[in-house]
Design a protein around this ligand. Structure first.
Ligand code: SF4
Length: 381
């Protein structure tokens, strides 16, 4: 077992120390929520010290840096602003404890009880009068575990940074639930907690399955989890509504995640194998880039008005490019429908009313054997 742990891994480690066993290779299991969370953290790290205000914040830059899907950028920005707005309101409720000079994104590490504990506090401040450290953590996801498992870790690090401090107040700012929670700990209490945690983490790995497995980076190579997931799939079979160990809802969520994570494993393996992955039967997987076009209605309205009826425009405002082409074809004389659709697309392009995004599609193809290709080319006349 490793002797280093990040505070953010503590909640999962408390549920299953097996989650800390090193991985053969990593699989990126972060979803949109995680990327949104990172963007919120970056925004707050500039907003709290006054580097930027709401109006001057680098919104476009935050979206470019954290949004993974080009086609999602507009919705991502909308969600980001909603999350940041809520987080600011919550922060205002607790900011008085952090005084005038809170520091953001401070990385701290310390070695004690044989364990190297590391972490980056979202916000930290020290009040010399009361000899108290204040540590704040922004939580943007739905809390399925106790946030204080992680915050106690930050508390220990905060006390180590301010050796003269006697107490630490840890504050969880939970955006989704729109609440804040805080707890105060003394130095001795947290040191005892750290000693117990080090015993647990440095001991033999013990595997405990459950819904927390969906957050574990080891899920793809963990046998106990595979048994658990098999049970979940079996439970989804007709008539089995629930049993004592696993409720249908947990089974459904587990299978949903399993499918998503199977895709993430494939992605990681393709990445690890220079863009292609042999899967047996002389087949291989690869990603193909495709350019998708979307009508920009503001720029294309004049073309749409010329070619379509009001009802057809109304339809393609909801369904987009294919419906636009269908509408043009419906209005064109027989024998000229395809050419009319192509010409209409050309008109939209000339009006700069086609926004293009590139998407990566997972494809499977037969592996071309170089020897067979050579023989085929040799026998060709
Ligand atoms: S997948 Fe579940 S059981 Fe397996 S190591 Fe991770 S948390 Fe533990």
């Amino acid at each position: 077992m490793p002797n280093t742990i990040r505070c953010s891994r503590l909640p999962l480690a408390m549920a299953c120390t097996g989650s800390l066993v090193p991985l053969p290779y990593p699989v990126d299991s972060r979803g949109r929520g995680a990327y949104l969370g990172r963007a919120v953290h970056q925004f707050m790290s500039g907003w709290i010290p006054g580097t930027w205000t709401w109006e001057t914040a680098p919104w476009a830059n935050l979206v470019t840096r954290h949004c993974r899907e080009l086609s999602d950028e507009e919705a991502f920005l909308e969600d980001l602003k909603a999350y940041c707005g809520k987080t600011i309101r919550l922060w205002r409720e607790v900011s008085q404890w952090f005084g005038l000079t809170p520091r953001c994104e401070v990385s701290i590490s310390m070695l004690r009880h044989g364990l190297l504990l590391t972490g980056t506090t979202d916000v930290i401040a020290y009040d010399a009068d009361s000899k108290t450290v204040y540590v704040g953590d922004f939580k943007t996801g739905f809390a399925e575990s106790d946030p204080f498992d992680q915050l106690k870790g930050y508390g220990v690090l905060g006390l180590d940074m301010h050796r003269e401090a006697e107490e630490v107040v840890v504050v969880a700012v939970q955006t989704q639930q729109f609440v804040t929670h805080r707890k105060r700990f003394g130095r001795a209490e947290l040191d005892e907690w750290l000693a117990d945690t080090a015993d647990l983490i440095l001991g033999e790995a013990a595997y405990h399955t459950g819904p927390h497995c969906t957050h574990c980076p080891r899920w793809h190579c963990c046998e106990p989890y595979h048994d658990y997931a098999t049970g979940a799939i079996a439970l989804l079979m007709p008539t089995a509504v629930q049993n004592g160990e696993l409720h249908l809802y947990d089974a459904m969520k587990t299978v949903e995640k399993l499918v998503k994570r199977a895709r993430e494993t494939i992605d990681a393996e393709i990445d690890h194998n220079n863009g292609r992955l042999e899967i047996g039967g002389e087949r291989e997987l690869f990603y193909e880039s495709q350019v998708r076009q979307k009508i920009n209605y503001r720029k294309g309205l004049e073309v749409l008005n010329t070619l379509l009826t009001d009802e057809q425009i109304d339809n393609c405002l909801r369904v987009d490019k294919e419906v636009f082409q269908d509408g043009v074809k419906a209005n064109a004389p027989r024998g000229q429908k395809t050419a009319a659709a192509a010409a209409a697309m050309e008109l939209l392009a000339q009006a700069d009313a086609l926004d293009e995004t590139t998407v990566e599609i997972l494809r499977c193809r037969k592996i071309e054997s170089p020897i067979i290709t050579q023989i085929e080319s040799e026998v060709k006349p």
